[in-house]
Structures are given as C-alpha cells and as structure tokens.
Design a binder for this molecule. Structure first.
Ligand SMILES: [Zn+2]
Length: 221
C-alpha cells in the first residue's frame, strides 16, 4: 500500500529538519542565475521559506517535495499512460547507455544544483562537468521517429501526466501549510543565528578601514 501524500510530505519534512542543523553558509561565490527549481516555487512559499532564506536551505526541501511529486506521477503514468510509459522506458534505456552521468545519485541538497560555478568574465573554463555530460549524451543514438498520430496520442498523455503532477503539487502545498510552524522554528534556531553572525562579520570588516587597530598595513608590536 502506497503511503499517502500527507505521510510522505510529513516524513520528508522530518528528514529535512534532521539535516538542517548541519547547514552552513556557503563561502564560495553565489550563482548569478536563480535556481529554476526554487525560484518562485509554490512549494517553498507554502513551507514559508521565502526569498530571505538562503538557497541551500530551500533547495533540500524543494527537491524532497519534487521527488514526492515525481514518484506519484511515475506511479500514475505506469498505471494509466502506456504510450508515455513506453517513451520514458526508452529514454531511461538511453540514459543508462550514457557513459558519464554526473547529475545522478546526488543527495537532495545537491541534486539539480548547477554542476559548474559561473565562469569569470574573460576566463572561460577549459572544460565543464555539464559540457562533459552533454558530450556523453550526444554519443547515444537518437530514438526512432514517431508517426503524427502517435505524437498526438503521446501529447495527450503528457498533458494528463502534467495535470496529475499539478494536482499532486497542490496537495503537497496544502500539507506543507501544516508544517510551516516547525519549519520556521527550525530556521529561526539553526539558520538565522548564522546569517546574523555573517552580517555582523561583514559590518565589522566594512568598518575596519576606519579602525586604526584593524589597519592591515600596521603590524602589531
Ligand atoms: Zn534550488
């Protein structure tokens, strides 16, 4: 018997809450482009994780919720949408044929994150992880073409799968509303003090040039 969406969301929030105390602000340069999974996500607004919360904190939760939706849609597709299922099986087979799959098997905190940092202007990378992954994908032969009727039928099934995903997504959001308080309490306990400390540090380093004791040009006696 499949666990209900309510149970799955509740358990995923539990796991995320157990992970949260290990979160630390990242020291590397921030990405310029917003994350496609997290930016404007209705799941994150239902959870009360707004734009003021660091992306690393959001991403682990939005990915866990996406996994629940994906799993429910996969179940639905395998039971009700034979053409789409056949298409997905073929794609999965193609994926297995790829020699290099750096985006698979990652922890939810990293899954779906950009694989490479933003290049600095005028300093392109010699190679990137995503570039290597694209090359490996290009080596796999293309799927046989579909007839127009098959394409139309497939499009119809894709739409049904899409509708189902939206329905499950809304259900996930409704359930998350009930977890807002404990999510916010944990953010207040583990995330906000670290951000406050970072801001304090930043303020101190900005003040430093005006503080003669902190002048890096003068060595301590
Ligand atoms: Zn994200």
């Amino acid at each position: 018997m499949e666990r209900s969406i309510e149970t799955q969301v509740s358990q995923a929030v539990d796991v995320w809450l157990r992970w949260l105390p290990r979160w630390e602000p990242s020291t590397h340069r921030g990405r310029v482009a917003p994350c496609r999974r997290c930016f404007g996500s209705p799941v994150l607004s239902a959870a009360g994780l707004g734009a003021d919360v660091p992306h690393g904190v959001q991403h682990g939760l939005s990915t866990r919720m996406k996994t629940i939706v994906d799993h429910a849609v996969a179940e639905y597709t395998s039971r009700n949408l034979p053409m789409l299922q056949a298409e997905l099986d073929q794609q999965a087979e193609r994926n297995r044929a790829r020699s290099y799959r750096p985006g698979e098997g990652l922890e939810p905190e990293f899954e779906g994150m950009p694989m490479d940092p933003d290049p600095l202007p005028g300093q392109p990378f010699l190679f990137t992880i995503s570039g290597l992954a694209e090359e490996a994908a290009a080596d796999v032969p293309a799927l046989p073409p579909l007839s127009d009727e098959a394409k139309a039928a497939l499009r119809q099934e894709v739409k049904l799968a899409d509708d189902y995903a939206n329905m499950v997504g809304r259900e996930v959001c409704t359930v998350l509303l009930h977890h807002r308080l404990r999510i916010q309490a944990a953010v207040g306990q583990y995330v906000e003090p670290q951000i406050a400390a970072m801001l304090e540090e930043l303020t101190r380093s900005l003040d430093a040039p005006f503080d003669p004791r902190a002048d890096p040009g003068i060595s301590e006696p």
